[in-house]
Design a protein around this ligand. Sequence first.
Ligand SMILES: [Zn+2]
Length: 311
Amino acid sequence: VIRGPSRNLIIDTGLDNDDCHEAMARYIGTLEIDLRNTDFLITHLHRDHFGLVSKLVTDTSKILFNKTEFDFLRSEKNLENIFSYTLGKGFPKKDLPTSFSRRPLRKVIMKIAPKIEIVKEGDTVHVGQYRFKCVFTPGHSWGHMCLYEPNRKFLVAGDHILDDITPGIQCHSDDANPLKQYLTSLRKVEKMDIALVLPGHKKLFKDHKHRIQTIQKHHDIRLNEVLRILKDGPMNAYQIASKMVWDMNGEQFHRASNVQRWFATSEALAHIRYLEEEGRVIKNVLDTKGKTPDTYQLSVEQVHANGEQEE
Ligand SMILES: [Zn+2]
């Protein structure tokens, strides 16, 4: 919450469930924030950042949001398209996380659409003594937006960089390369002069450059893991995901929940797509109607590079 003399700004709102609503109401009360004098900025479309806004917004509030994700959430078939993409990559149909469609975000967005004001890279959001610059940082999601205060040098990071968890990178289309976008956004933020990071989860931190280097290394390790798995021959993305190492509260991949396996498959796909665009992995389309999942294999160049490494 950024408090201003006439208007306040709340950045991200939490999940749309009773526990979050209660906690928010309690803290808004403690801080004596009048929601009628409060606007909202949503860093990105994920439910844990965006979900509750429809219950907090008042007639005199506005909601600042990015255009890419506003358009996506308003589109009729957003979830259907994402589901059919993962099915075409080997995710079992019976395991699709149906909980996503029970409370569709489209309903939320249609309700609040008149309150939304689009913000883009370079726009300034004034709140009292603060001037926040919008910094477009796609990767964790398509339209992710951070806020930077140049005088105080703090970065409101959303889920772009977090201190002790690695932000998830999910791929939902073969036209996208979210990991490449994410690594580009990391380099952009790495160059900035930042004294304090205020992330969307867990604790505040200072040394953003060191944290970014650790996240970059993590993705390097993941990319090499996919290459190593594919040495065993062609397989689909779900099979690749099942062989990767995941931190799932001690659960094995096959015993993890549908939602966890679905996110793991989308995360594996982000790494596979990156390697595909680099020419290190090739996609085999076995059925244009998507009934038999696409498989992936190492490219001739990559097999050759592996051979040289082993020599
Ligand atoms: Zn997120």
